[in-house]
Design a protein around this ligand. Structure first.
Ligand code: SIN
Length: 311
């Protein structure tokens, strides 16, 4: 089989292929990041969402594997943003996306001011959607707060920056978030973060499976694929063309990568399946994607990106 052209462009950065790690997956420590740098068919590296101060995150158990996906309530464990900002300025093997999160608007602005003042010229991603920090809402469910925060960010931030969104479930909410985002020069949206506040019940033990927040946690993996595809599709139909989309959620096969791109994703990131299968998953997904493209006669991703047909 001849290799297809999988090159992808995001915010003027060229990636060798469409695949990224989902933030939070094997990207917290120096060692994990080094593993990602050495992973074939992983086109770029997304860091763990970095906060102003280091965090140990929530109490364990905080991740639970399910046949149909996963539930987690990690609570943003990370080494603090100076570590990740330093890392992205040194990493040369692949393009990077520096993910940042805040426990308050002030935290976010302080971190982004340092990113702005640094030598880092790559892409930053503002995580507005972590469902797992007790007492802290998912900012992007509040359209007024999101607009206010972005106004403050773009008052000084001039580097490439996108946002990570939670899943939306109502078409009116897609209209509302797109109306906010279209007013700002953001490079991309990453959609979706885990489906927040699911609850998995162990019937035999008659108890929950993760400790934080009484067992409520973010759902990922195969079970969220339709939700992720709907978010990619609905946002592609509403966002300015200049705003790229990273599709995240539910990818277990090359067909799922194909489906994300067909719905309009420029790039696709993989989370739960990396934990289930290891970093070799990127080779398998790429082979499967190439085989589908060969069968359909597509030479590049742009041949089918966003071309989903309606009945
Ligand atoms: C976490 O709870 O650390 C993962 C969720 C996120 O990255 O937003």
């Amino acid at each position: 089989m001849t290799k297809k052209n999988l090159t992808t462009q995001l915010a003027q950065v060229t990636f060798d292929g469409p695949l990224l790690n989902a933030s939070g997956i094997h990207c917290q420590t120096k060692e994990e990041l080094a593993d990602l740098a050495a992973t074939s068919n992983l086109a770029g590296i997304v860091t763990k969402s970095a906060t102003l101060l280091p965090r140990t995150g929530n109490e364990s158990p905080r991740y639970y594997d399910l046949a149909y996906g996963s539930i987690n309530s990690m609570g943003l464990p990370n080494l603090g943003y100076p570590f990740y900002l330093d890392y992205v300025q040194q990493e040369t093997a692949k393009p990077t996306i520096l993910s940042v999160a805040g426990l308050s608007a002030e935290d976010v602005l302080e971190v982004l001011m340092d990113v702005q003042d640094s030598d880092y010229q790559g892409i930053t991603e503002l995580n507005l959607s972590c469902p797992n920090v007790p007492g802290k809402p998912q900012t992007a469910y509040d359209f007024v707060a999101t607009r206010k925060l972005l106004e403050r960010v773009f008052a000084f931030f001039t580097k490439p920056i996108g946002v990570k969104l939670p899943p939306y479930f109502d078409l009116v909410h897609f209209d509302q978030i797109a109306a906010v985002l279209n007013d700002f020069p953001i490079t991309h949206v990453n959609t979706v973060n885990s489906v927040g506040n699911g609850l998995v019940v162990d019937v035999e033990k008659e108890q929950v499976v993760t400790k934080p927040k009484g067992g409520f946690g973010g759902l990922g993996g195969a079970m969220i694929l339709p939700t992720a595809l709907a978010n990619v599709r609905a946002l592609r139909q509403r966002l300015n063309e200049s705003i790229a989309i990273i599709g995240t959620g539910g990818v277990t096969s090359g067909a799922d990568v194909f489906a994300h791109i067909l719905c309009g994703a420029d790039m696709v990131s993989v989370g739960t399946q990396v934990i289930k299968e290891g970093l070799g998953v990127y080779d398998r997904l790429t082979e499967e994607l190439q085989a589908i493209m060969a069968e359909k006669g597509y030479e590049s991703l742009s041949d089918f990106r966003g071309q989903l047909r309606e009945l």
